[in-house]
Design a protein. Structure first.
Length: 395
């Protein structure tokens, strides 16, 4: 069985392109040419060079002595937090801006939750000299203000979205609406492995550099290319897709995806899609979604804006139903504790999203010889307010 998408963008029964007719021209253009462009030697060379010289790749694979001691396993941290702009998002935005230029697009739109994808998009637009508009839920604008300021300084226009619960889902709706109205000059840089085909496959390919590097780095450090576990948090699922990608077909590598349980899976305030969700269509693809019995989207909740999304990408829905990946969830509190622990033991302040992956270390019974890679998808600068509130509350 393949865990990659087929040429229609299906992962098993999930994926595809469920789009209104008005979106056909944009999406068809991408479907028809994305592979030929991004697989060409000339594209790959430019992409690789920018990842290295501009984003700072390869990101280090760091052996954590102290977490290894504590969890009684060999724990490695994949340091996506050290990338330019502070997360894995830059891998995808570099890829998509190169694609947009080759398609002759002059205007870029994006959605953002925590603001990491918005900043990464505004960054590559500044470099490319392209107009950039970022849709962001009004609640996220309020709770991620440092990233809003950065986007503005980078020359992007940030458009707050006041519909729904004013977070990522609503920003995505607005970006799709914009794209429908601007089919000729605009490219939509989607930030995760969600949306209609070809986005899930395209974004996964751009992020797959993460697992490509892990293989090389593990071989160097341990003499073996494959770990026993790869652990990553899942919002839409792009950092997890990148960290899993080159291990998907090797069943000896256990893949652990960690969702946000918010205030608890059964609290009514959570974003644990696989625990609560059912098959449905959102933002152009068929996947697992949090919805009411009559198909209305249930508003998600997580303290972490990057995980505050009611669905997961179709690749992950398929990994879940085929049991290729194990899905765990961590609450706000568990993530906050894990973030503080990493900070105090290793001097690394992780993003609140990444802290969900770290929290999973508490939930797994490792053997001492297990090699475990945790993807630290981003750094915690943007989350200092949440961290300080937590820190003061436990003192
Ligand atoms: C956006 C973001 C996420 C969640 O998005 P995925 O597509 O699931 O990776 C996770 N971590 C960080 C640091 C982010 O910025």
């Amino acid at each position: 069985m393949s865990y990659q998408s087929d040429d229609k963008g299906y992962y098993g029964t999930f994926g595809g392109a469920f789009i209104p007719e008005m979106m056909y021209p944009n999406v068809h253009q991408l479907q028809n040419c994305y592979l030929e462009i991004i697989e060409s030697d000339e594209f790959r060379q430019e992409f690789k060079q920018l990842l290295r010289d501009y984003a700072g790749r390869p990101s280090p694979l760091y052996y954590s002595d102290r977490l290894s001691d504590h969890y009684n396993a060999k724990i490695y941290l994949k340091r996506e937090d050290l990338n330019h702009t502070g997360s894995h998002k830059i891998n995808n935005t570099i890829g998509q801006i190169l694609l947009a230029k080759r398609l002759g697009k002059t205007r870029i739109i994006a959605e953002t939750g925590a603001g990491q994808h918005g900043v990464a998009t505004a960054t590559v637009c500044a470099r490319a000299g392209l107009e950039c508009i970022v849709y962001m839920g009004a609640l996220d604008v309020a709770r991620q203000s440092p990233n809003v300021e950065k986007m503005k300084m980078l020359g992007a226009e940030v458009r707050p979205v006041y519909s729904g619960n004013k977070t990522l889902k609503d920003a995505t709706n607005e970006a799709i609406r914009d794209w429908i109205n601007n089919p000729v000059d605009t490219h939509y840089i989607l930030g995760s492995v969600v949306g209609p085909h070809p986005y899930p496959d395209m974004v996964a390919r751009f992020q797959s550099v993460i697992s490509e590097e892990i293989r090389v780095q593990l071989l160097e450090k341990t003499g073996k290319e494959t770990p026993d576990y790869v652990i990553a948090c899942v919002g839409g699922g792009s950092n997890a897709a990148g960290a899993f990608y080159h291990f998907l077909d090797d069943p000896s590598v256990k893949l652990i995806a960690v969702e946000a349980a918010g205030k608890g899976v059964d609290s009514g305030e959570s974003a644990a899609t696989t625990q609560l969700g059912h098959t449905g269509v959102l933002h152009g693809s068929k996947s697992l979604l949090m919805q009411t019995p009559d198909g209305q989207i249930v508003e998600p909740y997580s303290l972490s804006a990057g995980l505050d999304y009611p669905g997961i990408g179709p690749m992950h829905a398929n990994l879940f139903v085929t049991k290729r990946a194990q899905f765990l969830s961590a609450t706000d509190d568990e993530a906050l504790r894990a973030a503080l622990y990493l900070t105090q033991k290793e001097g690394i302040i992780p993003a609140l999203e990444s802290a969900h992956a770290l929290a999973a270390l508490e939930m797994i019974d490792f053997k001492p010889e297990d090699v475990v890679v945790v993807n630290v998808s981003g750094r915690g600068d943007k989350d200092m307010e949440a961290y300080l509130n937590y820190y003061q509350s436990i003192k």
